[in-house]
Design a protein around this ligand. Structure first.
Ligand SMILES: [Zn+2]
Length: 90
């Protein structure tokens, strides 16, 4: 069982506060991930945008992907192609 260390003024106090804030961010990110995992990103609340990296010297290096965004849970994700796209164009 760790011993509670009260915050001390000065550099160590700031470090202590930074650690508390960092721990909160980690916990909130985990909570958000669980929330987004439950969302089904319905088509009518989903937007997408075609993205590409083309004009390479070697055209076989050109690639295309689709960027999605869900308005309900704010999740953003990408797929490697531009086929089977569902949602509204951004
Ligand atoms: Zn969603």
């Amino acid at each position: 069982m760790p011993i509670y260390t009260p915050p001390v003024p000065g550099r160590r106090g700031r470090q202590y506060k930074a650690q508390i804030l960092t721990d909160k961010i980690v916990a909130l990110k985990a909570e958000l991930a669980v929330h987004q995992e439950k969302c089904r990103h319905p088509e009518r609340h989903r937007t997408y945008k075609y993205r590409s990296n083309t004009g390479n010297y070697d055209p076989t290096q050109d690639f295309y992907w689709t960027e999605y965004h869900c308005e309900l849970c704010l999740r953003q994700w990408t797929t490697n192609d531009q086929r089977n796209v569902v949602g509204r164009k951004m």
